[in-house]
Design a protein around this ligand. Structure first.
Ligand code: NDP
Length: 241
């Protein structure tokens, strides 16, 4: 019998988040997920796996707070928060506008702050919980033409480590999972040549799959991971070495 049962996944309609929704549902967790706009994928997932979808642009604080109220109404409370929603921006930093910068930071970093702030007080009251943040190998290494993205993911590392110290005494663990190049919509702009070059740079000689990431997230959510906190763990086939 699992101790922690209710999970909220941000960015759950596609890619890594959709795989998390599927795997948490199949593992018997009560699962809610937030997505921004893809109604078709969200309702398909909800119907197939029995997850509860919430449509919400998490880059705005008031939306995130409303979404959390809805999640609490549906699930009662949240035991495991997975901050996964994210977008990328590929281009020179000097070509980036203020609004592109703000949109990326608000989606990738501030959304984690908004959701965590709204959910953690309940976890503290219950003296248990898990926060799992999805960072990126680029937050460790930095990527040319993805400066804002790399900065947002580097911030997820600091956010996770500091929050782990703050919440450890309340029985809550916080970890950061850092995927390498995973085959999802986010990377659909790559040409075949780009993909070959990325595979050549990956010691295990393949792109990652969403399932590779989900396996670690499921473990970190499990009762077996209660002594693991403040860790930033790569799922990147050795890409970041
Ligand atoms: P996808 O583009 O496939 O999925 C992103 C999800 O985030 C979608 O469900 C999307 O909603 C949701 N989302 C985007 N913006 C918002 C917003 N403002 N409010 C609410 N939800 C939002 O990306 P991936 O699955 O590839 O990425 C998931 C996470 O993993 C991201 O944080 C990404 O940075 C990280 N990551 C990905 C890597 C990769 O190679 N793919 C590598 C390293 C890290 P909707 O479906 O409605 O658009």
């Amino acid at each position: 019998m699992k101790n922690l049962k209710n999970v909220l996944i941000s960015g759950g309609a596609n890619g890594i988040g959709a795989c998390l929704v599927k795997e948490f549902c199949e593992a018997g967790y009560s699962t809610a997920f937030i997505y921004k706009s893809d109604d078709a994928s969200a309702s398909k997932l909800a119907e197939r796996y029995g997850a509860y979808p919430i449509k919400c642009d998490l880059s705005l604080s008031e939306n995130a707070e409303r979404a959390v109220e809805e999640v609490k109404y549906r699930l009662g409370h949240v035991d495991i928060l997975i901050n996964n929603a994210g977008i990328s921006y590929v281009g020179l930093l000097t070509d980036m506008t203020d609004s592109e910068w703000n949109r990326l930071m608000n989606t990738n970093l501030s959304s984690a702050f908004f959701l965590t702030r709204a959910i953690v007080p309940d976890m503290v009251r219950r003296q248990e919980g898990r926060v799992i943040n999805i960072g990126s190998v680029w937050g460790r290494c930095g990527a040319s033409c993805e400066v804002a993205y790399s900065a947002s993911k580097a911030a997820m590392r600091g956010f996770s480590m500091a929050l782990a110290k703050e919440l450890g005494p309340s029985g809550i663990t916080v970890n950061c999972v850092e995927p390498g190049v995973i085959d999802t919509r986010m990377n659909s702009h790559f040409t075949e040549e780009d993909v070959r070059a990325l595979i050549d740079e990956t010691p295990v000689c393949r792109l990652g799959k969403a399932e590779d990431v989900a396996g670690l997230v499921l473990f970190l959510a499990s009762d077996n991971a209660s002594f693991i906190t403040g860790q930033c763990i790569g799922v990147d086939g050795g890409f970041g070495l």
